[in-house]
Design a protein. Structure first.
Length: 174
């Protein structure tokens, strides 16, 4: 796959921070707001970033990134150029508004493991990006968690109606 860079335009800025920032942010949110509050904040931050990233990419390339190949390239850029995680889109169904992603070595994932799922920022990034591509609000659930001992994180992204049915049968991490 060819590598593409996405520089910001003069009115846009991309801020680069060290990985430790995300671990510290997650720890602080957990301490101040508890697990549910920390999860919500990180997920919504990721969601906003995912939407913004796809829209910035579309402006740079001069049009919508709506084909499966285009969208796969955008998601791959999260991992490759911006090093969010090792990302592999396993399933992408644009008409069905569904995506299954393997996510390894994600930003903000504690190296020593975790008793609970921790890829809230990653889930948010993927759901925000999918909202732009699917042209509908999306959500994401983590069905496997690397921090909890799985080989990789598995994140399912879909429109809410489809995701609620999947969530009922998924073997979610505890």
């Amino acid at each position: 796959m060819e590598s593409i860079a996405v520089p910001g335009k003069s009115d846009e800025r991309t801020v680069v921070v060290p990985e430790d920032f995300f671990a510290a942010l997650g720890a602080r949110l957990l301490r101040d707001f508890g697990p549910a509050g920390a999860e919500d904040v990180l997920y919504e931050l990721g969601r906003d970033a995912g939407r913004s990233f796809v829209r910035m990419t579309e402006r740079y390339f001069g049009g919508p990134m709506r084909s499966a190949d285009d969208f796969r390239r955008v998601i791959a850029m999260f991992g490759r150029e911006y090093r969010w995680a090792d990302v592999d889109v396993r399933t992408l169904d644009l008409p069905g508004k569904f995506m299954l992603v393997e996510w390894r070595n994600g930003i903000g994932v504690p190296k020593g493991g975790s008793p609970r799922p921790v890829c809230h920022l990653g889930r948010g990034l993927l759901s925000g990006a999918a909202e732009v591509a699917f042209e509908e609000p999306c959500d994401a659930i983590e069905t496997q968690c690397q921090a909890m001992g799985a080989d990789h994180c598995e994140i399912v992204v879909a429109v809410p109606a489809k995701l609620s049915g999947l969530a009922e049968v998924a073997d979610r991490p505890t």
